[in-house]
Design a protein around this ligand. Structure first.
Ligand code: ADP
Ligand code: MG
Length: 377
């Protein structure tokens, strides 16, 4: 197939990754999260082509592309194509305004690193097509259809956070999002003289999708038992530790641990929002360490590499707190580091990590940034 990589682009879309300061795995439990978009992103170029139904999509990240037909949007055996096909499938259900287009994707957002490149890909595509074909979709419709695409075509039963953060974020703020009502409040964040430094473990254990879905099922198992005594509990978001203690005899230790993590994590989101508002940076850091302990021991979605880096950060007095961020089993750790100590911390962590795992980690600062935007070329 002859690929048209250098077509004249009509529209550019910048679609960011995200970090989540706190509230891990609480989104599909209908609880609270505190994410923001970051400066690393996927950039799309779009143009209509002459065809009523043939489209070409090329990823410069993977140096490969594919052609698709809007009339036959079946799942592909190639993983990344499914994010594209899934979004097109959802858009096609809502409108018949799509026609042939070409699209190229460039990215400086690491994939499979817990920064939600998948949501950036889905939402950026939806955003671009909305503009290109004047589909009239609202931001929230694009967020929701992208989430559904990830369920149906990519097979991850994700919550709403990643897509929401990628699209809705505001510069200099975290978003305190209620994943049930989708009400949100931008919380200004000013960590001066500290910075948010991410350490990319460069590992992406392939457990991530299957274990993610298993965790979701375990939470639902907990809810089913809680509901016998507390009919008002529809999601773990509705449960308290006292309720969980009340049914402890009837649930497995594993399910108890999963539920207790979610209940505590959901509380931590509010504690974190309050600590940010009060500019209490010590507490911000302590909450992160506490959260990582839960991620590692009770929710069991960490791994040796993430645990090592979080432990390592504890030995440095210039780091206020750290935890693995994202769905789990690798990806990045998020660290709150004094601006004067960043280089030393990164160098020491790089060396220690290399000695232990023989892997070169990647370190970079992130700043709370604006969500998806587009402009004509
Ligand atoms: P994360 O969302 O944390 O980055 P996921 O496993 O959910 O990890 O999503 C990563 C997948 O998204 C990649 O394996 C790939 O299929 C797709 N993807 C992300 N960025 C790109 C890109 N620039 N080009 C093509 N596919 C991409
Ligand atoms: Mg993802």
């Amino acid at each position: 197939m002859e690929f048209i990589k250098n077509f004249k682009s009509e529209l550019i879309v910048e679609s960011p990754g995200r970090i989540n300061l706190i509230g891990e795995h609480t989104d599909y439990n209908m609880g609270f999260v505190l994410p923001t978009a970051i400066e690393k992103k996927i950039v799309f170029q779009f143009a209509k082509n002459e065809s009523p139904n043939k489209c070409q999509v090329y990823s410069t990240t993977f140096n490969t592309g594919f052609e698709l037909d809007l009339n036959t949007l079946e799942k592909s055996s190639v993983e990344w194509e499914n994010y594209i096909l899934g979004v097109l499938n959802e858009i096609s259900k809502r409108t018949n305004k799509l026609s042939g287009f070409n699209c190229t994707i460039e990215s400086n957002l690491p994939t499979g690193s817990g920064l939600s490149s998948s949501a950036a890909l889905e939402c950026g595509l939806a955003f671009g097509l909305n503009d290109l074909f004047d589909l009239g979709l609202s931001k929230m419709e694009m967020v929701k259809l992208s989430q559904i695409a990830e369920h149906t075509y990519a097979g991850t039963q994700c919550g709403i956070m990643d897509q929401f953060a990628s699209v809705m974020s505001q510069k200099g703020h975290m978003l305190l999002l209620d994943c049930r009502t989708l009400e949100y409040k931008p919380i200004p964040i000013n960590l001066e003289p500290y910075k948010i430094i991410l350490l990319n473990t460069k590992v992406s254990h392939n457990l991530a999708t299957s274990e993610y879905n298993t965790r979701k099922n375990e939470c639902e198992e907990g809810v089913a038992i809680l509901k016998q005594d507390y009919p008002e509990v529809n999601y773990l978001r509705d449960a308290s530790m006292a309720m969980l203690e009340g049914v402890k005899e009837r649930i497995s230790e594993t399910v108890y641990n999963r539920c207790s993590f979610i209940i505590a994590e959901n509380k931590r989101v509010h504690q974190m929002a309050a600590a940010l508002t009060a500019n209490d940076l010590e507490t911000v850091g302590q909450i992160l360490y506490k959260a990582h302990e839960g991620i590692s021991k009770f929710y069991e979605v960490s791994c040796a590499e993430s645990d090592f880096l979080v432990e390592f950060s504890k030995s440095n007095i210039h780091v206020l707190g750290a935890r693995q961020t994202g769905g789990g089993f690798g990806g990045c750790t998020l660290n709150i580091v004094h601006k004067n100590a960043v280089d030393d911390f990164v160098n020491a962590a790089t060396q220690a990590y290399r000695e232990k795992f023989n892997i070169e980690l990647d370190a970079f600062e992130v700043k709370p940034s604006t969500g998806t935007f587009s402009y004509s070329n």
